[in-house]
Design a protein around this ligand. Structure first.
Ligand SMILES: Cc1ncc(COP(=O)(O)O)c(C=O)c1O
Length: 378
């Protein structure tokens, strides 16, 4: 977290660093300001040396994920023959929804939630049904049941797109909550598609529970990837994982989907999961430090912001309503403070008056960002 300078980072050409002018500090899109894990660099460099840039083959990625899941989460239920490589998590989500629902069918989501959940589902010609998080930023099981009832009431096949851990709040769902989700899903005949991209990024006392590991989740589908945990969004690859009762659905995945992922991406993700655990642990320690730093800086400089620190992801969900900056405080922080944050309203119901801040940066950048945000509202 402390290795790269702002000059190093400004040489990057990805979305985080190239969307805004140079005088803006970018703390928005989910890219991390860290050097890559050495095993990933080595795997990609060796592939380049071999000229190994053809099509992806084999089950190495799934095997590495299964081993990681066993060691990290104590879950040995990830069966390699119930996995499929997909181009990335969001395209995987779209393909899973296509397998278990039809045009016009409902998809339940828990706002405030990752904005592409709305866009991708809508572009797929599915209908969003909202079951907002509770005021404690956790799953509201009564709201979820109500949404399931409404969703299946109109006929058609319903799916629930679960974000676990939850972006933007960093909420880590418990085994009890997930088992309750599985019970409800079975009772109402709703298929669960779990986006578990942030699973490696769980810190502190919390424990990530894979959705497919809870009782009753046999018909569930999950999307997993090394992309967020090791900052590999530019090296496209992800895995779809089916529970035993969803294997037949996953088997219907059209052949062309498996042609989308990059072979070099697959090699990079595999190396991360297999050999990148020490790097991940160092990253998580740095993220914990930054989370504490942010809490302290906000208390000192912007006490009007309410921040309930999550236990996962590197995203902070900031409630700015007491500052009186209207529905979109990110616009004010950008215009007056030259800090780019993600606008809360994009996250759906419950997002107005909020911003999402990406704290996976150096302590210096984080400190300067909060200084600028405070100056913008003073
Ligand atoms: C919850 C969630 N899902 C999916 C993605 C995107 O993943 P991918 O690039 O693999 O589609 C992100 C990126 O931030 C995310 O936060």
């Amino acid at each position: 977290m402390r290795v790269l300078t702002l000059d190093d980072l400004r040489r990057r050409t990805s979305m985080k660093w190239r969307t805004y002018p140079e005088d803006v500090l970018p703390l928005w899109v989910a890219e991390m300001d860290v050097p890559l894990a050495e095993p990933v660099v080595r795997a990609v460099a060796e592939a380049m040396e071999r000229g190994d840039t053809g099509y992806a083959a084999g089950t190495g990625y799934a095997e590495a994920l299964a081993a990681f899941a066993g060691k990290r989460w104590g879950w040995d239920g990830l069966a390699v023959d119930r996995t499929a490589i997909v181009p990335d998590v969001m395209l995987g989500v779209v393909e899973m929804l296509r397998l278990v629902t039809g045009p016009g069918d409902p998809v339940i989501v828990n706002p405030p939630v990752y904005p592409p959940f709305f866009a991708f589902v809508t572009h797929l010609d599915r209908r969003i049904v909202e079951a907002p998080l509770g005021p404690d930023l956790r799953l509201d099981l009564a709201a979820l049941e109500d949404a399931f009832r409404r969703a299946v009431g109109g006929g058609g096949r319903a799916a629930y797109l679960l974000c676990s851990p939850h972006n933007p709040t960093g909420t880590v769902h418990t085994a009890g909550e997930l088992a309750a989700v599985a019970r409800l899903a079975e009772r109402y005949g709703v298929r669960v598609v779990a986006d578990e991209i942030h699973a490696p990024l769980v810190t502190g006392g919390a424990r990530f529970v894979p959705y497919l590991s809870v009782p009753g989740a046999e018909r569930g589908l999950s999307l997993m990837s090394a992309s967020k945990g090791w900052n590999l969004a530019g090296l496209k690859a992800a895995l779809a994982v089916a529970g035993p009762g969803a294997a037949a659905d996953l088997a219907r995945l059209p052949e062309e989907v498996g042609d989308g992922p990059s072979h070099v991406g697959v090699l990079a993700h595999t190396a991360a999961l297999r050999d990148g655990t020490a790097w991940l642990d160092a990253l998580l320690a740095g993220l914990d430090e930054n989370r504490r730093l942010l809490t302290r800086l906000l208390a000192e400089r912007l006490p009007g912001i309410v921040h309930r620190a999550g236990e996962a992801t590197y995203l902070a969900w900031l409630d700015c309503r007491a500052l009186g900056l209207g529905d979109d405080p990110a616009e004010v922080f950008l215009r007056r403070g030259r800090v780019a944050l993600s606008p809360g309203p994009d996250f759906g119901t419950g997002g107005a008056g909020h911003v999402r801040l990406n704290l996976a940066t150096t302590p210096e950048v984080l400190t300067e960002a909060v200084r600028r945000m405070a100056a913008a509202v003073s």
